[in-house]
Design a protein around this ligand. Structure first.
Ligand code: EPS
Length: 409
């Protein structure tokens, strides 16, 4: 079962196990890919104010194990390995072999499920006696594999002039001023802020909010916005519910650990206005080949109409809940005694919203790469480029009557 059918992503790995493995299938041959292209985004994901001790242990780089030769993809399954440095500290608890001499302490058994986490539901559903069997996989450590796979998708997209960036618009209830015009290089600008926020005043307030929450053992959520530029008109389709690009994108964003809401373009605010205030008026602009020779005066629809890309930037905002690993734990139940107890206190982050933005970029990259391969197909990058050029040619021919006559309509 996958949201991605043409550019597939699978991952494996437990948070404190040996590492995370990303598998990407459907990458055409001939896409330039070097270790740096992956390491760059893995490093960006590790940044961000509010992260806990784990990020000081890990130094994610990503080793390409297959699917690439001499700096170019081969069209074969591509695998990337991200080792866990922390595994050294978890050899007994995360051993794949039975450990008959180890007690519950050595095995770091978890019997106090955290409200908001997968612990309780997972233990019941998977019939386990230890919530560690659940939390090791539900952990957001898996997002490292998403970012590695997303880096491959970005390399493909870059060949078609598509770039993806993100920034944090809200953290711990502090809302940033969003500039009308986003910076040319969105990631370069956002990465300068410790909270990946474009508003320096809000950044300061966010930092203070993280410190305040952390000092009392609490956590913070927020909102990040992801923007793709250079997306051609016509990805996705109106003809079937599961081919709509906005639905696919929303599903991919919601699949990121701890996300609770997704908006495309104006999002929930569309409900507040009249149609004449909301819709993006159309102008003829023959120089805009990627958008079929048309332009919108604004982009309230966030780059999709009828489940298809319009050629305007694709814009999604995603709401992340405050992390559920609290140092000031909430009420729960001890699964061994069924008595009331405080939830487990696991080492964690105060906020991971800045990192989640980078993960959101990666999910948008995967969805767009999937839709590009679906639309332009081909075994190789050059074949895909030929198909892409033919598409641009076709959508920029506006001799509708003439062509209908030629077809004998
Ligand atoms: C996570 C808890 C923390 C985070 C982790 C996700 O890990 P630990 O329990 O080892 O302190 O640091 O994120 C990562 C390891 C990562 O690479 O982003 C969780 O419970 O989801």
């Amino acid at each position: 079962m996958s949201l991605l059918e043409h550019f597939e992503y699978t991952s494996a790995g437990e948070s404190h196990g040996k590492g995370a493995l990303a598998v990407v299938e459907g990458v055409p041959a001939g896409v330039p890919l070097e270790p740096y292209d992956i390491a760059l985004h893995l490093a960006r994901r590790q940044m961000g104010y509010g992260r806990g001790g784990r990020m000081e242990i890990e130094e994610d780089e990503g080793e390409i194990l297959s699917g690439v030769r001499l700096g170019e993809t081969l069209g074969s399954p591509l695998t990337i390995w991200i080792g866990n440095e922390d595994y050294e500290n978890w050899r007994t608890a995360m051993s794949t072999e039975p450990q008959p001499d180890a007690d519950d302490g050595d095995l770091r058994r978890v019997v106090l499920p955290r409200p908001g986490h997968a612990d309780l539901v997972g233990v019941l559903k998977y019939d386990r006696r230890d919530a560690r069997d659940i939390l090791e996989r539900s952990s957001a450590r898996e997002t490292a594999a998403r970012v590695a796979a997303g880096s491959v998708a970005r390399q493909l997209l870059a060949e078609f002039g598509v770039s993806i960036g993100s920034h944090v618009t809200k953290l711990g209830g502090i809302e940033a001023d969003r500039p009308d015009e986003l910076p040319e290089d969105l990631n370069e600008a956002a990465d300068e802020s410790p909270t990946r926020c474009l508003d320096p005043e809000a950044t300061e307030k966010m930092i203070r909010a993280v410190d305040d929450a952390g000092s009392v053992g609490d956590t913070l959520g927020g909102v990040f916005e992801v923007v793709a530029r250079g997306v051609p008109l016509g990805l996705g389709s109106h003809v079937a519910w599961d081919r709509r690009l906005d639905g696919r994108l929303a599903g991919a964003m919601m699949s990121i650990q701890a996300q609770k809401g997704v908006e495309i373009g104006m999002g929930f605010e569309v409900a507040e206005h009249r149609g004449s205030d909301v819709h993006d008026e159309i102008e003829y602009a023959p120089e805009r080949r990627r958008a079929g020779g048309f332009r919108r005066r604004r982009n309230n629809m966030g780059g999709t109409e009828g489940g298809m890309t319009t050629g305007e930037p694709l814009v999604a905002r995603v709401a992340m809940k405050p992390l559920s690993s609290l140092q000031r734990p909430l009420d729960s139940v001890d699964l061994t005694s069924l008595e009331k107890a405080k939830a487990e206190r696991e080492r964690s982050d105060v906020s991971a919203v800045p990192a989640a933005g980078v993960v959101g970029e990666s999910m948008m990259a995967l969805v767009l790469a999937d839709a590009m391969v679906e639309k332009f197909g081909g075994d190789s990058l050059s074949e895909m480029k030929d198909n892409y050029e033919a598409h641009l040619e076709r959508i920029n021919r506006h001799d509708f009557e003439q062509r209908a006559r030629e077809r004998g309509d």
